[in-house]
Design a protein around this ligand. Structure first.
Ligand SMILES: [Zn+2]
Length: 133
């Protein structure tokens, strides 16, 4: 069973069959059979479908890989922002950092009226549909 596989991998079952936590990572069911995966920096990293028994362990590893990559993306983004802030007069350095930051793979989260979205990673905003580029 999926919740047992999560617990075997160190996840705490905060709300039975509903909310699971491992350190700063959280997996919880919305109103359907979709798990919302989040870390401390991104409240909606990626939705994951509830797995059948044969995919259960694989899905636990997938969730942990997604969380690890999101943690790493945040760490690297913060390092680039620090480089920009601490080296304002070094054009070569700031150009590299600014260029890398502009290539964000945005994770859009709805704001306010539902037609505005903010990237949970870089803070960029846009209007329109969530999956429009
Ligand atoms: Zn972004």
């Amino acid at each position: 069973m999926f919740s047992d596989d999560l617990k075997k991998s160190g996840w705490e079952e905060v709300v039975p069959n509903e909310v699971f936590r491992k350190g700063d990572w959280k997996a919880w069911y919305d109103t359907s059979s979709v798990l919302i995966i989040e870390n401390k920096n991104n409240p909606n990293i990626f939705p994951i479908s509830h797995p059948n028994d044969s995919q259960s362990n694989w899905t636990v590893h997938l969730i942990e890989e997604i969380c690890t990559l999101e943690d790493e993306r945040f760490r690297l983004t913060q390092a680039l922002k620090k480089i920009l802030k601490e080296n304002p007069d070094n054009m070569a350095t700031t150009e590299i950092a600014q260029s890398a930051l502009s290539l964000c793979v945005h994770r859009w989260l709805p704001e306010g009226d539902g037609t505005t979205y903010r990237c949970a990673v870089c803070g960029t905003t846009k209007r329109g549909a969530m999956y429009e580029h």
